[in-house]
Write a protein that binds this ligand. Sequence first.
Ligand SMILES: [Zn+2]
Length: 452
Amino acid sequence: MWPPFVRHILLPVHERLMGRATFCYWRELEQTQWWPLERLRERQLVKLRDLVSMALKQTSAYARLAGVDASWRPETLDDLQRLPLLDKATISAHREDLVNRGVLGGAIRYNTGGSSGEPLIFYFDKRRQAYDKAARMRTHEWFGIPPGDREAYIWGSPVELSRQDRMKILRDSLTNELLLSAFDLSEKSAGSFIEQLQRFGPDCIFGYPSCIALMCQFAGKAGYDLTNLPVRVVFSTAEVLYDHQKEIISEAFGGVPVVNGYGSREGGFIAHECPEGRMHITSENVIVEFIKDGRPVCLGEDGEIVVTHLDNHAMPFIRYRTGDIGQPSDETCPCGRGLEVMKVLKGRSTDFIVIPDGRWVHGLALIYVIRDIPGVQQYQIVQEDVDAILVRLVCSEAFPPDGHNRIRDGIAKRLGENVRVTIEDVDLIKGDPSGKFRYVISEVAKQRQALL
Ligand SMILES: [Zn+2]
């Protein structure tokens, strides 16, 4: 579809029908990014007061959890520190009492794997959804990609076609989007994958850096030239973008910028790299703190990234612990935007699993099998050999009697019958020495990757 038609008519109409003020917010964010930081902070305080008021008055649990009076309001942004940190366990334990059922447009339920090994179900509203979309549109615009330009999504998850998905594919093709699942990536299948890309002719690519880099390596090996694609920028998301991946991807597409976005399903669209290479916080919508031992760290020190989403009024994500590590910065960026700058140091990374028939399966494909089973509190998937998978599980009583079989069947469906699956019930799964939790660990993939 002709991009200006998508940009000016199709997408705005779609968003309006979905009850989201996305394009209105986008125009607003285009202005506010140039505001000086002090003015952005004033806006944050106004929004923070509204958010705290909602949390204390419209949810039955927050005032008790926070240990403050329902009439309490923050006088300054520093008062935020008087409220407690929220972690996944607390949200899970009090979930239904933390929902604001009266929120405009309704509270929308979402289930995520999170980043610390525990699945999380939470609620968000249309306002947050629209702001996150608008923030994403803004950062695309930073690299000369307006809404409606052709965008290929490279995802690690399997695409199984339900009726809803077929609707989505139709909608994607109307709005110039192409979803490619890198779930079945192998040296053999890479060819058809790349031919799809060539037919589509994307202006930009968006997705997991691990999958995009692997695709580029296969393309190079098979002699495909990706530099003749019209791609102008590659947006990396959901995982840490390593320097070696950045080089592989940039070179494969003829030296285009490969830029990093940082966010999560529960935390929102938190930060994004600008053309000057700084990570800008979406300061209009989130307050980011860096915490160590319960206190904010100094400039240049490492801390856990703690997020307050100012525009989610369905559930108070106030001082929410992401489990990721970053650093605050007082740098002003040469690009001229007033948005704060931060550094993301350690975030999520997921290994691939390489199976006997040569396919590289992104770890998420297996994560999806396990995380949707009730009662799973923690899990880890270890590839011990090319045909052997070990699943470690921590479960509550809610875990169903056929849970183990569901996991075995789900994994067999993804990896084939030739892979042995062992399930081990344990009391606790520890993170690695860096403190970061890894859901999927494969030494086999690491060794193969070194040979590519
Ligand atoms: Zn900048």
